[in-house]
Write a protein that binds this ligand. Structure first.
Ligand code: ITT
Length: 183
């Protein structure tokens, strides 16, 4: 199935294409920015994005809203992750976490799917911790400072297929793929 993925983030598009292409789906990045309301949850952002896109885009469309939730920072940056990444980046998060013993964090992803105006949401989480320093050159965003539980490499040190097996996005889009079934 040909699926348009409305995102400005080529890292997300690369990961989702790597996951869905072997299952027989063609993922095409769509540069159609949609308004992201200030909301308390990723789900609200995705539901509103799909509603906005419904009037503008034909065919099958996916979107993704995701964020990094750090326990010691009471869930920050959470729904503000895109802004936090652009302003303080990985170094800023590491500075906020300086000296913190409690380093638990999780990524969350909400994937939205729209087929002929009907919408579905799928969620995925990945537990882990914030490292003491940046490690790795792969991936995007906060990948170099996130160590998934039970692994010794950060997201930025993992090949895309391994990140997809344990990541929030991999889990959310695997659920979406299962829903779509075999094309
Ligand atoms: P869209 O156009 O799809 O909205 P975006 O980059 O603005 O792209 P979000 O609004 O979902 O995406 O912002 C989430 C931010 O959280 C993103 O910019 C990254 O900084 C971070 N993030 C999300 N998923 C990540 C991942 O798998 N690895 C590292 N950082 C991630």
């Amino acid at each position: 199935m040909r699926i348009q993925f409305a995102t400005s983030n080529k890292g997300k598009a690369f990961e989702v294409a790597a996951l869905l292409a072997p299952l027989g789906h063609e993922v095409v990045q769509l540069h159609e920015p949609y308004p992201e309301p200030q909301a308390d949850t990723l789900q609200e952002v995705v539901a509103s994005g799909l509603e906005w896109l419904a009037g503008k885009v034909e065919g099958t469309v996916m979107i993704d809203d995701s964020g990094l939730f750090i326990d010691a920072l009471k869930g920050f940056p959470g729904v503000f992750s895109a802004h936090a990444y652009k302003t303080i980046g990985c170094d800023g998060i590491l500075r906020l976490m300086e000296g913190a013993e409690e380093r638990r964090a999780r990524f969350e992803c909400c994937a939205g799917l729209m087929i002929e105006g009907k919408c579905w949401l799928f969620t995925g989480e990945s537990e882990g911790e914030i490292t003491g320093e940046s490690r790795g050159k792969g991936g995007f965003g906060f990948d170099p400072i996130f160590l998934p539980s039970g692994m010794s490499q950060t997201f930025a040190e993992l090949p895309v297929d391994v990140k997809n097996r344990v990541s929030h996005r991999g889990r959310a889009f695997s659920a979406l793929a299962q829903f779509l079934g075999v094309p």
